[in-house]
Design a binder for this molecule. Structure first.
Ligand code: GUN
Length: 283
């Protein structure tokens, strides 16, 4: 089988267009444009790329972009004070701290300081707890973007054996919760998992988010499985590759996400969607 491509780029574009239309309608009614504050601390090159892309997406969607780049030496106390200021600012509807942060910063304390109603990353324990109790409010962008992409493609998840590779707070854990809420049977694999190849080979749906280039081999994939690759890694030659060995996996899968142009664009579109919800108290 040669897989069909799950075109995240096209689905994200469609979502962003619908968001732009909603913003224009709200602004025409006299409401404020959604305001998104992205806090970047230091100069991590990958984060700089993400933040630039978020800024462009905000501008195209008609959002008020309040990105800020703070020096790597910024203290925890200064960051907490900045979050307090943004929490109190009613032109700001969404606040995110771009991760990773420098080693002297404790990200958990920053995340917990964000007003959960403005936590458009969905990382606050309140929002993670809502997702875990099947009462989602703000769901983390990458896993929720994957769910949107699967739904738009008409893929049914109920009863599937889903294997999530990677157990991070940003991807693996909320992805597992989303899939569980969609009634899939979910296995979460991580660095202590014994015989990962065996686990993956039993999956009807595999989601991989580990940040290791081509870690999941194509011949582990079950014939007809759906493969979602969250990884974006740059090789020594400068090529972007995912966490899955795409060229081999695509010969076995029924659907597969490309890298780039798969999950990445859905993350940003979902961040805009969460900020839109926060701005206008939408469901
Ligand atoms: N770093 C990598 N992905 C993300 C994300 O979704 N949100 C934030 N805040 N930082 C990230």
């Amino acid at each position: 089988m040669s897989a069909k491509i799950l075109d995240g780029k096209a689905i994200a574009l469609e979502l962003r267009e619908s968001i732009r239309i909603e913003v224009d309608q709200q602004v025409a009614k006299g409401n404020k444009a959604p305001g998104l504050a992205v806090i970047l601390v230091g100069e991590d090159p990958a984060s700089q790329v993400y933040v630039r892309n978020k800024k462009i997406a905000c501008e195209k969607a008609g959002f008020n972009d309040v990105s800020m780049v703070l020096p790597a030496e910024t203290t925890q106390a200064e960051l907490l004070a900045k979050i307090d200021e943004l929490n109190a600012d009613d032109s700001v509807h969404g606040i995110i701290v771009q991760l990773p942060v420098p080693a002297h910063i404790e990200p958990e304390e920053l995340i917990e300081r964000i007003d959960p109603a403005k936590d458009v990353d969905g990382f606050h324990p309140y929002n993670m707890g809502r997702l875990a109790t099947r009462l989602p409010k703000m769901a983390p962008c990458t896993p929720h973007g994957v769910m949107t992409m699967l739904a738009k493609t008409g893929i049914q998840l109920r009863g599937l054996n889903a294997v999530v590779v990677g157990a991070s707070n940003i991807v693996g854990v909320p992805m597992a919760l989303e899939l569980l809420n969609a009634r899939a049977t979910v296995t979460v694999c991580h660095s202590a998992t014994v015989d990962l190849a065996q686990k993956v080979s039993e999956a009807d749906l595999v989601v991989v988010g580990v940040g290791i280039p081509m870690m999941v081999k194509g011949d582990w994939i079950k014939e007809g499985a759906i493969v979602i690759d969250v990884g974006i890694n740059r090789t020594e030659e400068g090529r972007l590759v995912g966490d899955v060995e795409f060229d081999v996996a695509k010969e076995k899968a029924s659907w597969i996400t490309p890298v780039p142009g798969g999950v990445g664009p859905m993350t940003i579109a979902t961040l805009l969607q969460n900020t839109l919800k926060a701005a206008y108290s939408l469901k």
